[in-house]
Design a binder for this molecule. Structure first.
Ligand SMILES: Nc1nc(=O)c2c([nH]1)NC[C@@H]1CN(c3ccc(C(=O)N[C@@H](CCC(=O)O)C(=O)O)cc3)C=[N+]21
Length: 369
């Protein structure tokens, strides 16, 4: 899934991709105004038949699909969709709801995380999730197990969280070590606590018309929120999803269909993926391949959501790598009308959606509205 680029090819990318001028979209809304906002406007489990764009954001101009004629290919034309700022705003809305819950019924939502093994990236993501819980007042619990633990130890951790009334969300960090049966473990997570939305019943309900899953997977939900909060219309648009993983590409394609998009899925065996992608009004890339999507893959004026968080070797950076998206950003900003950066795009929204799902779950458990 993840690809390290060799030094030679990275330098080539540096040469080809000049540093962009950054033009931020969604930078006008201050956190203080949203702190006053009591009710959450996050796409919930009740999916609207027809989505009415968020009326709370009059200051944001709608992104229109621009005419190709106004494009100057030497310059940046894309607005940058600031996922970090949107996620900050959502987290402050969640914090308000958590404190309202605490004041009114004396309860807070609880999230339990199960982390198996010592993968660096998983440790970083889990740490970010726990810190985000702390920030908004969600109680968090964590079970860390060694790489060589047994499947039963993982199942025991899940079972104990299943019956713990203070836990409303259970997240088993993926990928699990090779020797474990991921299917069996995910099947064991209580449906009512499956805040990742990875249980086959939740995923199946997401796929079926007229069924409402209890939870929508966090990354797809974050992508849709990014589009909706940027006033991008989804209904009737041609959307290409690159990648079909269980945690990102597949559920994203399902959720987009529920929003009445015309969806094509491009994957490793697709013939001429550039040509298919170039037809899309909206491109969502979740392939896990650094810089896969080049400028010429995009229709001028397309909207680009980059789900990839690929570690690319970088001896200059403290950690030894830098995070790179699936999209060659420096090329794409000259062609697209709006794009999410990596980092600072989908990643922070994924975490915000996890908190939102956990809050929804606790509200459901306590019948708190
Ligand atoms: N059960 C499970 N649920 C998941 O939701 C899940 C998972 N397993 N396994 C791995 C993927 C990946 N994922 C990310 C979450 C946040 C960032 C994130 O916050 N990224 C920051 C930067 C992070 C950094 O600085 O290293 C950003 O893009 O700005 C990235 C990736 C959740 N996943």
């Amino acid at each position: 899934m993840m690809m390290m680029m060799h030094n030679g090819s990275r330098n080539l990318w540096k040469k080809m991709c000049l540093k962009p001028r950054i033009l931020y979209l969604y930078s006008t809304n201050s956190l203080s105004t949203t702190l006053l906002n009591n009710s959450l406007r996050i796409l919930g489990p009740d999916l609207p038949e027809i989505w009415i764009p968020n009326p709370s954001s009059p200051s944001r101009p709608p992104i229109t699909h621009r005419s190709p004629f106004i494009f100057n290919h030497q310059e940046q034309t894309a607005a940058v969709i600031d996922g970090k700022m949107m996620a900050d705003e959502i987290r402050s809305e969640i914090a308000n709801e958590v404190s309202r819950m605490k004041n009114e019924i004396g309860k807070v939502p609880g999230l339990a995380v199960v982390l198996v093994g010592e993968r660096k990236d998983s440790q970083i993501y889990v740490r970010k999730k726990i810190a985000a819980c702390e920030e908004v007042g969600i109680m968090s619990l964590m079970t860390e197990l060694p790489e060589d633990c047994t499947e039963n130890e993982v199942l025991d951790a899940v079972s104990s969280y299943n019956v713990d009334p203070a836990v409303h969300g259970i997240l088993v960090q993926l990928p699990l070590p090779q020797h474990m049966n991921e299917e069996k473990i995910l099947n064991d997570v209580s449906l009512e606590k499956d805040v990742d939305g990875f249980h086959p019943v939740n995923m199946g309900n997401l796929a079926m018309t007229g069924r409402d899953p209890l939870f929508i997977p966090c990354t797809p939900k974050g992508c849709i929120e990014l589009l909706l909060r940027s006033n991008v219309e989804i209904m009737g648009k041609k959307v290409v999803v690159i990648g079909r993983s269980n945690i990102a590409g597949l559920p994203t394609s399902l959720l987009l269909q529920r929003h009445h998009a015309t969806v094509s899925v491009v994957h490793a065996f697709t013939k001429n993926p550039e040509k298919i992608t170039r037809e899309a009004d909206i491109v969502i890339s979740a392939a896990g391949v650094a810089n896969l999507v080049r400028g010429h893959w995009l229709k001028p004026g397309a909207i680009v959501i980059d789900v990839g968080t690929n570690p690319v070797e970088d001896p200059d950076s403290e950690s030894g790598y830098t995070l790179t998206g699936d999209v060659c950003y420096e090329e794409a900003i000259k062609v697209a009308s709006a794009i999410t950066p990596v980092p600072g795009g989908v990643g922070p929204m994924t975490i915000a959606m996890l908190l939102s799902n956990t809050l929804d779950s606790a509200k459901r458990a306590y019948r708190f509205t």
